[in-house]
Design a protein around this ligand. Structure first.
Ligand SMILES: [Ca+2]
Length: 405
């Protein structure tokens, strides 16, 4: 027996719904006063459930994304690989563009394949246009990540000398200039720029950064020092007497910095090296890859003999990057026991300096008690000069947001 019928318009989350509830007496064998209260409760419950189902229906009837007509058969490719894609049976390909240039693919058995003429690491845009069986013109765009085809060679090293290093120094930048060792340190409230006596590690001169700044990498060019800050987007510019002359602004995180001639080379925690002029105008960038993919967490840098050396943050690895191609061509694996008694998982390697004229590197780490002069013969086997790639470099991965304290 029908004992009630209730119809109401309900607005909820910007949508209006008409709700109809029918209540049967047989379902409620309760005294009439209890039934009224129960009806009220159940009405509210049913309204809620109806709204829920209406909402669900509204969501399911919204336009669904067009299924991908093309699928890559691998998540990443190496330079030199053929790119192979699986095609939806309903899709007939008319044209294929790789970085806005047409390519001639081979299409067979539902597979499309071609070998890109461009051979650079990083993301490339692949656009495929065609039509479906209903004659609808469609296109599909894929971002194809291309990795390096080079297996980095392992660079052997020998320790030539060990020097004291201040354990209070949370090293973020290390550089020689005119035979003076400069060191930049990090952490809010403890960041400094220092001239350091190499032989005993003592401070010759230092300047503190205001506590809101977390100091990062340093480099010295044309009698001036550049010191990055981690997340403040400000690069301090000093004379070699540590007098602050001006501040440059940049729009990434600041991790490491070095230079080649008058081009600054900056890392930001991603797999990207960004190039700037000496007045911090952006010139270009290079994405860095090895044969395992993008090499992220590039930290302290040093330009040595045509290559950029980079500490990979939180590892004992220093990668040797060819800046023209973005490929990691070599790597140093520093023995984690090199600074005796230091847990290098916490106090990580960070600091590479090159003193011109020497075939050696100076390396240290955050709060390490020692600084090492090491010989890496393979870095100096042959002289090398090359042009930096400053434009049309493929985009790097997005910078990572990380807690580095
Ligand atoms: Ca350095």
């Amino acid at each position: 027996m029908l004992v009630g019928k209730y119809q109401k318009q309900v607005s909820w989350q910007h949508a209006t719904y008409r709700v109809e509830c029918r209540l049967l007496y047989e379902d409620f064998p309760l005294p009439i006063t209890t039934m009224r209260r129960t009806y009220t409760f159940l009405l509210l419950l049913l309204i809620g459930l109806t709204i829920g189902s209406c909402r669900q229906k509204q969501e399911t009837t919204s336009p669904t994304p067009t299924p991908s007509l093309v699928r890559a058969t691998k998540t990443a490719y190496a330079i030199g690989d053929s790119i192979t894609l699986q095609l939806d049976p309903s899709f007939r390909v008319n044209a294929v563009g790789w970085d806005n240039r047409p390519v001639q693919p081979i299409i067979s058995s539902g597979l499309l394949s071609f070998k890109p003429a461009t051979a650079t690491v990083g993301y490339h845009q692949l656009v495929i246009t065609g039509q479906t069986t209903t004659q609808k013109q469609v296109s599909d765009t894929l971002q194809i990540d291309v990795w390096s085809d080079v297996i980095p060679r392992r660079l052997a090293y020998t320790v030539l000398q060990t020097y004291p290093h201040q354990r209070s120094s949370f090293t973020q930048g290390l550089a020689f200039y005119n035979d003076v060792l400069y060191e930049g340190t990090g952490l809010n409230g403890q960041s400094k720029l220092m001239k350091v006596n190499l032989s005993d590690g003592a401070t010759i001169q230092s300047i503190d950064l205001p506590s809101q700044f977390f100091g990062e990498g340093i480099t010295v060019v044309n009698d001036h020092i550049y010191q990055l800050t981690w997340t403040s987007g400000q690069c301090f510019y000093y004379t070699t007497d540590l007098v602050l002359k001006k501040t440059f602004v940049y729009h990434t995180q600041g991790w490491g910095i070095t230079h080649r001639d008058t081009t600054l080379i900056v890392s930001d925690g991603s797999n990207r090296l960004t190039y700037y002029s000496l007045d911090f105008q952006k010139l270009g960038e290079t994405a860095v890859y090895d044969n395992q993919g993008p090499v992220t967490n590039l930290n302290e840098l040093e330009y040595v003999n045509g290559y950029v050396l980079a500490n990979v943050w939180q590892t004992n690895r220093i990668v040797q990057i060819d800046p023209a191609s973005g490929k990691v061509v070599g790597e140093l694996r520093i023995d984690p026991n090199l600074p005796a008694g230091v847990n290098t998982n916490n106090d990580v390697l960070n600091g590479i300096a090159y003193r011109p004229g020497e075939q050696a590197l100076y390396i240290t780490g955050k709060n390490w008690p020692s600084l090492f002069r090491i010989q890496v013969k393979a870095l100096f086997e042959q002289g090398r000069r090359q042009t930096l790639v400053l434009q049309d470099a493929p985009p790097a991965s997005k910078p990572l947001s990380v807690d580095r304290t």
